[in-house]
Design a protein around this ligand. Sequence first.
Ligand code: GUN
Length: 289
Amino acid sequence: MSSTPARIISGTALAQSVREQVAEDVKALQAKGIHPGLTVVLIGEDPASQVYVRNKALACEKAGINSDVIRLPASTTQDELLALIEKLNQDDGVDGILVQLPLPSHLDEHLVIESISPAKDVDGFHISNAGLLMTGQPLFRPCTPYGVMKMLESEQVALRGAEAVIVGASNIVGKPMAMMLLAAGATVTLCNSKTRDLAAHTRRADVLVVAVGRPNMIKGDMIKPGAVVIDVGINRLDDGKLAGDVEFASASQVASAITPVPGGVGPMTIAMLLVNTLEAAERRANKES
Ligand code: GUN
């Protein structure tokens, strides 16, 4: 056990400074007549999605980015959704398109994401953007792992040659996280739900990123003393409180630095969405000039 408790990596504070920088850059674009715009499409009534979408729109507004939320009923058909996305693809006032996930089960998530123009895919979920990231020429990076990289950078965590272990291999977090850490020179292990002896892997990690959606599953004794621990999980407990995927009380006695939940990775995801939307608008500005 480490004798001093871990440093807390505040995503709230870093996200604030990222958002202030975006707001400044948006002003500079506006002075050139370019008004960045994000359109968020929300289908159905998922309560968590409603909150996320509201927060995304609010963050845009504060940064001076035009935001439009299109709310559609859960009964929306695939053809209706694809027609809407095609209209947004053609709309020059829309720099970024984000279709909030999860979608109702009758809609084909892959088909919907692939219908978004890669140049407007500020989530970075399109296969074209996934492929560009994988081959070291990223256009849009998925917001959550991008935010994690920003946190590691601001903490000056040495990644070249470091052992990075990721728990959770989703398309949204784990896989793109692996690509970004690999590009930074880390030796990457990507664990999944079938991994045997998970603790043997996590205990090797200089940098441990956990994104599985299971409250408190990573305990302090699964962490290498002095490791940097990034907890992507946001789980609502029965008592209404939020918990990460990492058991904070025990982990913070072992790690050298750790992200809290809430106030860790969550705020960074939204901040990086603004960064991506700004980048999309800057590319449009460069094309138009
Ligand atoms: N649902 C949960 N996280 C995300 C995200 O980052 N983007 C989208 N579009 N949907 C999500």
